[in-house]
Design a protein. Sequence first.
Length: 201
Amino acid sequence: MKKFRLSIAVLLSVWSLAGMGDVKADNGSGMGGVKVEKSEQKKVRVYTKPGASVDVAIIDADGNVLYQGFIAKNAKGATSFNLNNLPDGQYYLTAGNNAWWMSQGITIKSNALSVDERSLKQVAEPILTAYEKNKFEVVLPAKNVEAASVAIYDTQNVLVQTDSFKGESRRFDLSSLPDGAYTFVVGPSQKQFITRVDVRH
């Protein structure tokens, strides 16, 4: 019961203290122009570019979602998150939309917060192109993403092919499959992107 109460308290404190800051600079360098940086002892700012809304979450090391919300597409400047009520530990601030996803590791130790740029993971929407008839190449722009997968489904949502994604690109020969539309589901477990292709003989 104590752990449950602590989780509720943490969730409420993070959620209630997330708000728009007054910083005007947009120095985003991540996917979608997003950048996470320390602003005060236990606060972070998330810089986003106006034009597309961004889903944001704060997650603990056990995978518990402590805060979930979004930054509006017309937001200017930075959104601040006050993490004062979080105990020492490892946390992740994730952000994304239909075109990209990122996760930034945050460590709280001895009542101080640090943002480790080396723990930044990013993945962008894959680029799928036909390089021959019914043969497709998938390019997955990513940084620090160890494992990604590809699953291909037919029009009845039946899985017809699956594979792990190693490296930056992967080729798939669908010429043995019947005519029809096929759906590629590509990405790491945290973010899956969907693209449809047509097979015609």
